[in-house]
Design a protein around this ligand. Structure first.
Ligand SMILES: [Zn+2]
Ligand SMILES: [Zn+2]
Length: 396
C-alpha cells in the first residue's frame, strides 16, 4: 500500500448523496422479485455505461457486470451488490414506498445496489488505481435455492470477469449507521432443508401385527435425531437440527402407510454441515429398517456457510478503520444465524462479507419486516468505502 495518490474520503461522496438518495428511492418504489429485476438491471447498466464502465448484461439471467480497467496493473477486485426485493406488502407509508402491492425492498438490496453505483460513478471519475474492477450486480439473493450468485457463477462469472478477491456488504439493523462489522472465518450459517419420507405398511388399528406402523417409525426417528447435535457434533461447534413438521394418518382406527418429516438444519462449518447430512440420513434409514419399514431422505442444500478469508478480512478491516476510525469498526462480530448466497462467491474466491449498521432503537427495524427501510445515511459512507477498498487493493 502506498499513499502516492489521495484516497477517497466520505466527504468526497457527500456532494453525490442527494442523487444517490434519488436512485435508491426510485429502486425502492419499483421493487422486483428474484429473476424479474429487468428494470433495476436496466437502470444499473445505463448508469454504468453513462459513467464509462464496460457493461455486460444478462449474466445469470438478470445479472449485470460492470468492468473498469485503469492503468496496467494486473490485479483485479470484485464487488457485489444484490438487486432483488421480497414478496411483502410494504407498510412504511413513506413517500417513495413500493408502488407494487406485495413487493417490497425489505432487505435493503435497493441500498446495496445504490452504494455500489455511487462507488462506480466516483471511481470512473477519479481513477486513482491501477488494475481491473468488476462490479457484480446479482439477481435473486432471496430465492433460497438456485439463487443469483450461484446462477452468475454457473454462467462463468469468475472465468469471464475474474478477480483476485471478492467483497460484499449487507446492512445490519441493530448497529448504528456508519458502523462496520467484520468477522474472520465463518460469519453466517448454512441453511439446509431435509424431508424424510417413511414407508410402512398400512392396516387395521386392531391388527398392528399385520402392519408396519410409520407413525412409530417417525417418532423413533425424531427422538434419534436429537442425538446428532448432542452426541455427534463437537460441543464447541454450533449446530441445529429442528423437526418442523410431522405428518401422518387420517383416522384413529387406521394405521397409515406413510409419514413425512420436514427438518431445518443449520451449521457454521462445512465439516459439521456434512456430518449433519450424513447422520440424518444414516439414522433415518437405520431406524426405519429396524422396524421393517423404509425411510428416504431428500436433503436440499441451501446456502453454504459464509466463510471470510483471514487476509482479505483483515485488509477490509484496515480500510474501514482508515475511513471511519477504529471506534466505528467491530472486527470480531458475533456469528449470525441468517444465510447469504454470497457464500457461493466466497467458495470460488478469497474475500470477505461485511455488515454495515442500519440503525438502532426506532431505526433498528429488522429486515424482512413490512416497516423496514434502508438508511440513506449509509449511501455516501458505503460508496466511499467501496471506492477506498478499490484504491487500496489496486494501489499504484
Ligand atoms: Zn433478505
Ligand atoms: Zn438481504
Amino acid at each position: 500500500m502506498t499513499d502516492a495518490s489521495p484516497l477517497t474520503e466520505i466527504a468526497d461522496l457527500e456532494p453525490a448523496a442527494a442523487s444517490l438518495r434519488d436512485i435508491r428511492h426510485h429502486i425502492h418504489h419499483h421493487p422486483e422479485l428474484a429473476y424479474e429485476e429487468v428494470a433495476t438491471a436496466a437502470l444499473v447498466a445505463e448508469k454504468l455505461e453513462a459513467w464509462g464502465w464496460k457493461v455486460t448484461r444478462g449474466v445469470g439471467k438478470t445479472g449485470v457486470v460492470g468492468t473498469l480497467k485503469v492503468g496496467d496493473g494486473t490485479r483485479s477486485i470484485g464487488l457485489r451488490a444484490d438487486m432483488d426485493a421480497l414478496p411483502i406488502v410494504e407498510q412504511t407509508g413513506l413517500p417513495y414506498a413500493s408502488g407494487r402491492h406485495g413487493r417490497m425492498h425489505a432487505c435493503g438490496h435497493d441500498g446495496h445496489t445504490t452504494m455500489l453505483l455511487g462507488a462506480a460513478q466516483h471511481l470512473a471519475k477519479t481513477r486513482r488505481f491501477s488494475g481491473t474492477v468488476h462490479l457484480y450486480f446479482q439477481p435473486a439473493e432471496e430465492s433460497g435455492i438456485d439463487s443469483g450468485a450461484k446462477k452468475m457463477i454457473e454462467d462463468g462469472l469468475f472465468e469471464r470477469f475474474t478477480c483476485d478477491a471478492v467483497f460484499g456488504v449487507h446492512n445490519h439493523p441493530g448497529a448504528e449507521p456508519g458502523k462496520f462489522l467484520f468477522r474472520k472465518g465463518a460469519f453466517m450459517a448454512a441453511g439446509d432443508k431435509a424431508t424424510i419420507t417413511i414407508e410402512g405398511v398400512g392396516g387395521h388399528a386392531a391388527r398392528p401385527h399385520l402392519a408396519v406402523d410409520p407413525i412409530v417409525i417417525a417418532s423413533s426417528i425424531v427422538m434419534a435425531l436429537q442425538t446428532i447435535v448432542a452426541r455427534n457434533v463437537n460441543p464447541a461447534q454450533p449446530a441445529v437440527v429442528t423437526v418442523g413438521t410431522m405428518h401422518s394418518g387420517v383416522a384413529n382406527n387406521v394405521i397409515p402407510s406413510s409419514a413425512k418429516l420436514e427438518l431445518s438444519v443449520r451449521s457454521f462449518s462445512p465439516e459439521v454441515r456434512a456430518l449433519l447430512k450424513q447422520r440424518i440420513t444414516e439414522l433415518a434409514e437405520a431406524q426405519a429398517a429396524s422396524y421393517g419399514g423404509k425411510a428416504h431422505v431428500d436433503y436440499i442444500e441451501g446456502y453454504p456457510v459464509v466463510v471470510n478469508t483471514d487476509a482479505e478480512t483483515e485488509f477490509a478491516i484496515q480500510v474501514a478503520r482508515e475511513l471511519v476510525g477504529a471506534e466505528n469498526v467491530e472486527p470480531n462480530a458475533d456469528i449470525l444465524m441468517g444465510s447469504e448466497d454470497f457464500a457461493f462467491m466466497l467458495e470460488q474466491r478469497p474475500g470477505s462479507f461485511l455488515r454495515l449498521g442500519n440503525g438502532v432503537g426506532e431505526d433498528g427495524c429488522m429486515v424482512h419486516n413490512p416497516h423496514y427501510d434502508f438508511n440513506d445515511r449509509n449511501l455516501p459512507i458505503g460508496a466511499a468505502y467501496w471506492a477506498r477498498l478499490v484504491e487500496r487493493y489496486l494501489g499504484r
